[in-house]
Every structure is written in C-alpha cells, then in structure tokens.
Design a protein around this ligand. Structure first.
Ligand code: ADP
Ligand code: MG
Length: 253
C-alpha cells in the first residue's frame, strides 16, 4: 500500500458491554506509513478499540477494513495473519520461557496459549531458522544480550521491549502499541521512541496509544483524541493538544 493511502479504516465501530458504551461510533482512517496517535483520558475506549480491531473482541456493530478488505472479527490469530498485530497494555508474556523462546512462539503464530510444545514440533533446520529470526528481532529491540534470560527475570522495561519484539514477529503491516511506555523510566522511554522510529522506517504503519504528550508530539503525524468512546478531535499533535474539547476532556477526567 502506497504511503498516504488509507490502510486501516473503521466505520461507525461500536463495542458495548451491557450498558457501557466503551466504543460508541468510531470512524477513523489510518494512512499507510503513518505513526497515528490515539489519545484520550482513562476509560475513553482506547484499549477497547484496539481489542476490537486486533480481534480480541468482536464489534457490536460497524465496519473495519484493511486495504479495503473486511478484517476478521473476534480472532487475534486471524487478524494477525492479515497483517495487524498489537501489544497489550498489560503485558502478555510467557514468563517461564526465555526471551528467545517468547519470540519463537510468536513466530509460530501462537497467541496467548501456553504451548512451548510447538517448539518441539519444529524440525532442526526450521528451528535454527526460527532461532536466527528471533535473535534478529531481539537485537532490533535491544535485547540480544538477554536472549537466554527467562522473561520473568527481565526488568520491567526489558519486558516491554520483548512484548514489541513478539508483535514484530508477526511481520505486521500495521502495528498497534497500547501504552508501550506505561511505567517506563525516562531512559527507557527515550529508547522506545527511537525504537518506534526505526519500526516506522521499516515501512510499518504504527497506531500508538500514548499518554506522554511529548512522545506523541515527537512521533505522530496524525492524532485522534477519544472521549466517551467517540473521536472528539483529529489533526496534528499540536492541533489536537490545543483543541478545546480535548483540553476539557482531560480536565474533566
Ligand atoms: P482506555 O483504554 O481508554 O482507558 P478502555 O477501553 O479500557 O479505556 O475502557 C473503556 C470503558 O469500557 C471503561 O468504562 C471500561 O470500564 C469499559 N470496559 C472495558 N473493557 C470492558 C469489559 N471487558 N467489560 C466491561 N466493561 C469494559
Ligand atoms: Mg487502555
């Protein structure tokens, strides 16, 4: 898909939980080659939107397309195969497996299933190739030195980078990052901004949910602000930051 063309399109997307209108009519166009920011106060529906788009939840109604084709609904695995991968706000790692094994499992296309057994199903040559690919990804996110460390023994910051490596293992066209900098110390935030820039340079379209406005400003070409499950503003980071509805949404939070 050419840079600037619509790649991910959402039309009047809704996801309600009983009476809770978590996502309540989101129409949104993400353009190929963009780093598209998604901001909004806590509870504004950002994670739910990602959960629907990535296939974790089925939508209540609405349409979502990737390159003009309907995205599968309600299957993380199917959605990842079409080219949309995501990280989780609450990390989803196999804590007993090493960093390398975590990426290898992701390369096998197994989502959130405690099945290190898939590793046993690989032939020798295939396993070596998977290891090399996984190591290259760990190197890309700055974790090559810790390939053999169990995920539970990594620092919290390193676990966040491992989560990104696992999402990249799915070779996404669109990578959705749900608050990847949450809880990170400043030096790790700086490293992560640099990593997201390199991901973008690889030609991957990024949707970034982020609270740090300086991070949003330095990375994003376009920002959409949500409140109450609906978009309330869209534009450049500076335009959106200054938008009175956005200012009010944050003050009222
Ligand atoms: P954000 O990520 O912007 O902080 P969320 O998408 O997590 O917001 O939440 C939006 C609203 O939907 C909140 O009111 C939240 O409590 C509700 N919500 C999210 N997930 C569920 C769920 N699985 N069941 C019921 N309510 C949910
Ligand atoms: Mg959230």
């Amino acid at each position: 898909t050419a840079d600037g063309a619509a790649i991910l399109e959402l039309r009047d997307l809704k996801r309600h939980f009983g009476g809770v209108k978590a996502v309540d009519g989101v129409s949104l166009t993400v353009r190929a080659g963009a780093v598209h920011g998604l901001i909004g106060p806590n509870g504004s529906g950002k994670s739910t939107l990602v959960n629907v788009v990535s296939g974790l939840y089925t939508p209540s109604s609405g349409e979502m397309t990737l390159r003009g084709r309907p995205l599968p609904a309600g299957s993380l695995f199917q959605t990842a195969r079409t080219g949309v991968a995501r990280t989780f706000q609450n990390l989803q790692l196999f804590v007993g497996l090493t960093a390398l094994e975590n990426v290898m499992v992701a390369l096998q296309g197994v989502y959130r299933a405690p099945l290190p057994l898939v590793l046993l199903g690989l032939g020798r040559a295939e396993e070596r190739r998977a290891q090399a690919d996984a190591l290259a990804l760990l190197d890309f996110v700055g974790l090559a030195d810790q390939a053999r460390t169990p995920a539970r023994d990594l620092t919290y910051g390193a676990q966040r980078f491992l989560e990104i490596a696992r999402a990249l293992a799915r070779r996404p066209e669109v990578l959705i990052l749900d608050e990847p900098a949450a809880g990170l110390a400043h030096p790790d935030v700086v490293k992560q901004v640099e990593l997201i820039r390199r991901i973008h340079q690889r030609g991957i379209t990024v949707v970034l949910i982020e609270h740090h406005m300086d991070v949003v400003t330095s990375l994003c070409s376009t920002v959409t602000a949500l409140d109450g499950g609906r978009p309330i503003a869209e534009g450049t980071p500076d335009e959106v930051k200054r938008n009175p509805r956005v200012v009010e949404a944050y003050l009222g939070n």
